[in-house]
Design a protein around this ligand. Sequence first.
Ligand code: NAD
Length: 501
Amino acid sequence: MKFKTDFILPRPSLYSYGQITAMDLQNYIGGKFLEPLHKQYLTNTNPATGEAYGRIPRSGENDVTLATKAARDAFPHWSTLPAAERSAWMLKVADEIERRLPELALAESIDNGKPLSLATAVDIPRARDNFKFYATAILHDAYETHDMGTHGFNYTLRQPVGVAGCISPWNLPLYLFTWKIAPALAAGNTVVAKPSEVTPATAFLLCKILDDIDFPSGVLNIVHGLGAEVGAAIVAHQDIPIISFTGGTQTGKAISAVAAPMFKKLSLELGGKNANIIFEDCDFDEAVKTSVRAAFANQGQICLCGSRIYIQRSIYEKFKEAFVARVKGLTVGDPLEESTRTGAVVSKAHFEKVLSHIAVAIDEGGTLLTGGNPVQLEGRCKNGYFIAPTVFENLDATCRTNQEEIFGPVVTLTPFDTEEEALAMANSTAYGLAATVWTSNLQVAHRMAARLHAGIIWVNCWLLRDLRTPFGGVKQSGVGREGGFEALRFFTEPKNICIKL
Ligand code: NAD
């Protein structure tokens, strides 16, 4: 596939924009591209080739302080702009994302290892939509009033909190980064944001867009670097009163430990180990097809992936046969090839982590139905981090493989006899992000949906998203909700004004 490009030259893997090599990233602070103050850099690796292809600023606390100052300085102006003007700025960003979609998708695919087809169809369009959605949501937002009859009345303002800290993971880089930044900005906050150091490219290109359209300086500041350095500095900064974080549960705990005693507002979107429950009366073909997608989309690296598949015993063997046959048809390939639907996992460290989980599953007595091995491709991807989509059965619901988040292309199949048994197994993990139920019985669907411990339930579908709905999990999958007006509420403080008549 060839791209005509403003800021990216497609191959081999370096791209340029004006004088700056895009993969030699810089921070974006106060409307300027800046080197990290200590001039230290990390290496950025292309997971499909295993090759280093650029440098990422290894910023520190002093860079975060600089960014926070820029954000504080920009706050009075941005927070008092009429909603229509903030909206117009954000729509400009959305339009530029749309215009540069092929280039951004290519950058995302190179940086993350995900198929270019997926980045083109899902990641980048969704980043555009995040900006559009919140740019227009604020045009329709309204404050509440509470009438006390002859005594008086109340009106409740929703004011932006201040400088928001936004920290995001590597699996859906620009998609999740903008899912935080857009509502924060729309609500009138200014932002200090940190993308994952594993996939920083599209966040950097977003800065190029801001710069090109003369987006107001200091409103969105992006600081690159390690979680334990830049991320921790954002969380601990006294002038950042609100943190929106998406990432692993352990990181979420560490962030809470610092932010809670400082009484910061916190939104935590954490790990998942989602159940996919297949009843015998389901639409069989649709359930098989969608369950394969739910298991292996983005190489299983979506927090919502259904990695524990529970199947009613009467159709267990039939489902297993059809599911495994379909999984065997997933060809692992060069992410940049148009036909590739299964690419590389994100990094060497993650590749090794997923393989170690496969070893645990074998140790635990799991029967390997397909996959279980690294895949070595030929040509430019011969040193890439590829793993065959992997399916196990005969693993108890309580074993590590069924309890721990693997976040890779590994799933288990387990039979169940009764609704109660399926529910007990589904609810048995520490996580509670999402669950899927396949049945044509409306009563079963409602009963299961009501009793599953998860923030998001899909019935006869997966990843069907409406951005107006609350998004998030229970138990160790997180605290709070993103999406729709939930996010605008999170990024504002309600202030009630009571007037006596
Ligand atoms: P991670 O927790 O390692 O990192 C996430 C982000 O936090 C990165 O930007 C990282 O640099 C930063 N970070 C790390 N340590 C930090 C610290 N001490 N203080 C502040 N920031 C710190 O997660 P990951 O490996 O990038 O992403 C995978 C995880 O994210 C999985 O567990 C997945 O389930 C989860 N996830 C959840 C959702 C959701 O919506 N619930 C969505 C996507 C991914």
